[in-house]
Design a protein around this ligand. Structure first.
Ligand code: PMP
Length: 354
C-alpha cells in the first residue's frame, strides 16, 4: 500500500512523475538507452535542461524579465557560500529565522561582515521577526522564506533598496508571490521539485559581476549562465525529474492552482491542531507555514498510542526535527488533501480515546 508521505525532505513527489522518471531510467524517449547512460550534450538531454529552466521561469512569472534559471550541484547548502562569494563585498544583512539561516550566516561570515537584522532565536524560532530595519548600503539582505524545521513562513517580505536574496528550499512553487521582488532565489530540488542532487537558482542577470574578488568557475553564477547551466555534467536524473514535476504543476494550473490546494490542506490540519485539546501548535499562528506544520502532544504520555495510530493508518514521516521535538507534518505540493484528511482522522481518534 502506498503510504501517506508527510516526510520533510526528501519528500513526496507526484506518482505520475515517479512513473515517468522510472521509465526514463530504463528507456529514455524510446531511444533504447537510459537517461542516465547518455551524454548530457545529446540533443535529448539539452532539450530537458532548456525545458526545465524555462518552465521554472515561466511558473515564477519571471520569463523575459532579465532572470536566468540554473540547475546546480551541491544542494541549498552550496548556495549559502555561493551567494556570499558572488555578492558579499563588505557587509550583508541576514534575518535569522532558524537552523538554515544560521548555517547561511556561518558561511557568509567567511567573506565579510554579517548583520543579523532580526532573530527569533529567543523563542526557539517559533515566530518570524517583524518591524526590523535594513540599513542602506548592505550588499544584500538574505531571507529564508520557509523554516522547514520550525514550521514558520514569511508572509510579508520587506521592502528594501538592497538586493533581496531568498532561500526558498521548502516552499518554492507552493504559493503566489511577486517573485520579481527577489534578485536571487535558490532552492534544493528535494522538496517541491524532484530528487536531491540539483539546486534551482534563479538570478537577476544585472545584479551579478559586482564583487571585486576572483570567483572559482564552479562557484561563479556568471560562468554557469554563460554555459546554459552545462558548465560541467549536470545532475541529469534530478534535472529530468524536476522538469517532469514542473510540467505536472503547469498542467495543474500553475502556482495559483496549487496554492489553493495547499491552503485547504493547511486549514484542515491547523484547525484540528487548534480545536483538539490533545495537541498544541508550535509556531505562532500568524507565522504558520503552509508546508510544514509543527505540533506537540499536550501530554507526552500519549506518545506511544499516537505513534501506533498514525503508523497503522499508513502515515510516514511525522516525527519532528530533533531540535524541536514533537511532530511535523510536511504538506508539500504533491501531498493530497486526502492524506491530510487521514492524519486529521487519526488526531480526532486520539481525542475520542481521551
Ligand atoms: N534551506 C532550507 C530551508 C532547507 O529546508 C534545507 C534542507 N532541508 C536546506 C537549506 C539545505 O538543503 P541541502 O540539504 O539541499 O543542502
Amino acid at each position: 500500500m502506498k503510504k501517506h508521505n508527510f516526510s520533510a525532505g526528501p519528500c513526496i513527489l507526484p506518482q505520475e512523475v515517479l512513473l515517468r522518471s522510472s521509465e526514463a531510467i530504463m528507456d529514455f524517449n524510446g531511444s533504447g538507452l537510459s537517461l542516465i547512460e547518455i551524454s548530457h550534450r545529446s540533443k535529448d538531454f539539452v532539450d530537458v535542461m532548456e525545458k526545465a529552466r524555462s518552465l521554472a521561469l515561466e511558473l515564477l512569472g519571471l520569463e523575459g524579465k532579465g532572470y536566468s534559471a540554473l540547475f546546480l550541484h551541491g544542494g541549498a547548502s552550496m548556495e549559502f557560500l555561493m551567494v556570499a562569494y558572488n555578492f558579499l563585498e563588505t557587509k550583508a544583512g541576514y534575518l535569522n529565522t532558524g537552523t538554515w539561516s544560521e548555517k547561511a550566516i556561518k558561511e557568509a561570515k567567511m567573506f565579510g561582515d554579517v548583520v543579523e537584522v532580526g532573530s527569533s532565536k529567543d523563542e526557539n524560532f517559533n515566530y518570524i521577526p517583524k518591524g526590523y530595519s535594513v540599513a542602506e548600503g548592505l550588499d544584500y539582505l538574505h531571507l529564508t522564506s520557509n523554516n522547514t524545521i520550525f514550521g514558520t513562513q514569511i508572509k510579508k517580505f520587506p521592502k528594501t533598496n538592497v538586493p533581496l536574496i531568498c532561500d526558498m528550499s521548502s516552499d518554492i512553487f507552493s504559493r503566489q508571490l511577486d517573485f520579481s521582488q527577489f534578485d536571487l532565489i535558490y532552492a534544493g530540488a528535494q522538496k517541491n521539485m524532484g530528487p536531491a542532487g540539483a539546486t534551482l537558482v534563479v538570478v537577476k542577470d544585472d545584479v551579478l559581476g559586482k564583487v571585486s574578488r576572483k570567483i572559482p568557475s564552479m562557484l561563479d553564477y556568471q560562468v554557469h549562465i554563460s554555459k546554459d547551466s552545462m558548465f560541467n555534467t549536470p545532475p541529469v536524473f534530478a534535472v529530468y525529474t524536476s522538469m517532469l514535476t514542473l510540467e505536472w504543476l503547469k498542467n495543474l494550473g500553475g502556482i495559483a492552482a496549487i496554492e489553493e490546494i495547499n491552503e485547504k490542506k493547511a486549514r484542515l490540519l491547523y484547525s484540528e491542531i487548534d480545536l483538539n485539546p490533545v495537541f498544541t501548535g508550535f509556531a505562532n499562528k500568524e507565522d504558520r507555514s503552509s508546508m510544514n506544520a509543527t505540533f506537540n502532544l499536550a501530554d507526552e504520555k500519549l506518545k506511544d498510542t499516537f505513534d501506533a495510530l498514525w503508523k497503522d493508518a499508513g502515515i510516514n514521516g511525522l516525527n519532528g526535527h530533533r531540535s524541536v521535538g514533537g511532530y511535523r507534518a510536511s504538506m508539500y505540493n504533491a501531498l493530497s488533501l486526502e492524506s491530510v484528511g487521514v492524519l486529521v482522522d487519526v488526531m480526532s481518534e486520539m481525542e475520542r480515546k481521551g
